[in-house]
Ligand binder design. Structure first.
Ligand code: CA
Length: 226
């Protein structure tokens, strides 16, 4: 079943490393969102709708340990895997003390990262996607979407696409962002892949209290209607 529906937030300011990790995890079926700063990581973590955070400790604005402390103080119990530099023994200890679930020392083998992620997700009881209370639909782990007593089944890609739009509801999400977050592409394949899936999602969710709008030249936006 793994990693279907598992959403990972990767906090890493090195664009090359972030790109390599997110493409690799995307190929393994995870949906990955990249964040570059500690401030954004804290804000993102507080929204709760993620299954795992990979956290680099050396961030441009604040130490990754501050992110851990702030999220744990706010009772955010999402699994957090820390990435640390080889020589920073004390920061590794500080990270574990501050609530990290596991750590990996850079440079690491990608297979090891995947193994650690799998272990953390299993330990956390699998994907538990809890939508915020202001979204009137429930996205279940078995790819069913529920609202007003109705339930429909989505394909993994449709589910990932909807999840990406739900997380950013009210905002225009660009096609590139959707390709990256929902499809794991770091390039535009130049096809209408998003539109095809979007058509299916709209059809399946007709009558649900949401509207998915195409904003010409900008991207796609999900609005709550009910
Ligand atoms: Ca860094």
């Amino acid at each position: 079943m793994y990693p279907r529906g598992v959403h990972i937030v990767l906090v890493e300011d090195n664009p090359q490393l972030a790109g390599t990790i997110s493409v690799g995890l995307g190929e393994d079926g995870y949906s990955v969102e990249v964040i570059e700063t500690a401030a954004k990581a804290i804000a993102r973590g507080l929204r709760r709708d993620l299954d795992l955070m990979i956290l680099d400790l050396g961030l441009p604005d604040r130490d990754g340990v501050d992110v851990l402390r702030e999220l744990r103080t706010a009772r955010i119990h999402v699994p957090i895997l820390v990435l640390t530099a080889r020589d920073a023994v004390e920061s590794r200890v500080a990270a574990l003390d501050a609530g990290a679930d596991d750590y990996l020392v850079k440079p690491f083998a990608f297979t090891e990262l995947v193994a650690r992620i799998g272990a953390l997700v299993r330990r956390a009881g699998g994907p538990r996607w809890t939508p915020s209370s202001d979204i009137p639909i429930l996205m279940r782990d078995d790819l069913m979407v529920e609202a007003n007593g109705k339930a429909v089944s989505l394909s993994p890609r449709e589910f990932a696409l909807l999840g990406c739009l739900v997380r950013r509801r009210g905002e225009v999400v660009t096609r590139i962002e959707i390709l990256r977050e929902a499809f794991g592409y770091d390039f535009d394949p130049g096809t209408n892949v998003i539109d095809v899936h979007l058509t299916h999602v709209r059809k399946k969710l007709a009558g649900f209290p949401i509207a998915i709008e195409t904003v010409r030249g900008a991207g796609i936006r999900l609005m709550v209607t009910g």
